[in-house]
Design a protein around this ligand. Structure first.
Ligand code: GDP
Length: 198
């Protein structure tokens, strides 16, 4: 798939503010600083579409983009940021989980994971929650330019191993680097196939 147009549609802080659910939708989520904005800019070939390096946790809204006039991309707020109170965090999680569970045109959720680290509890907990809720997802290991192949593969293997505790299947896995422009063709191909198989 070649991205020929990418437009910001709107932001939402509640389910009833989301745009109409007419196009197949794909959501991106991960902890703050995982490289989500950079990956969205790479996928859409539009620098600055999603803002890079915001203050962690400051952005709490869902941002909707229309791609090629035939699918919708959603930038979900980063989870696991430290700068908000527990109460705020719960509220935020509530809306994101409500969106993920109830959005009828949501075809897939990409969970971004920083490839430089061994499995982090918060990422595993979120993936477990997705699996238990029956939500289709794929993992994207980001910033692979920052790590050598051996530790990268080890981190991925450890993540898959940790998932075995509550999951039988093999997860779908992508690797990306916004700096080196790696992984976007594979992701776009996957999205295209998912749209076609609808
Ligand atoms: P977000 O908070 O998840 O949206 O993350 P950003 O896209 O804002 O990126 C956070 C920081 O990581 C920024 O300084 C980016 O320049 C950097 N970054 C993002 N993706 C990559 C990548 O693939 N490779 C490297 N080396 N740095 C990256």
């Amino acid at each position: 798939m070649k991205v020929t147009s990418a437009k910001f549609i709107k932001s939402a802080v509640a389910l009833d503010q989301c745009p109409s659910a007419e196009l197949p939708e794909f959501a991106f989520i991960g902890r703050s600083n995982v490289g989500k904005s950079s990956l969205i800019n790479l996928l859409t070939n539009k620098d600055g579409l999603a803002r890079v390096s915001k203050t962690p946790g400051r952005t709490r809204e869902l941002n909707f983009f229309k791609i090629n006039d035939n699918w919708s991309l959603v930038d979900l707020p980063g989870y696991g940021f430290a700068k908000v109170s527990k109460d705020q965090r719960e509220k935020f999680n509530e809306f994101v989980s409500e969106y993920i569970l109830e959005r009828e045109n949501l075809c897939g959720t990409f969970v971004l994971i920083d490839s430089r680290h061994t499995p982090q509890k918060i990422d595993l907990q979120f993936v477990q929650w997705l699996i238990e809720a029956g939500i289709p997802f794929a993992l994207v290991f980001t910033k692979i330019d920052k790590i050598k192949a051996t530790p990268l593969n080890k981190h991925i293997a450890l993540f898959k191993e940790a998932m075995k505790e509550w999951s039988n299947g093999e997860p779908i896995i992508f690797k990306s680097s916004a700096s080196k422009r790696l992984g976007y063709k594979e992701l776009l191909g996957f999205i295209e196939e998912a749209i076609q198989s609808q």
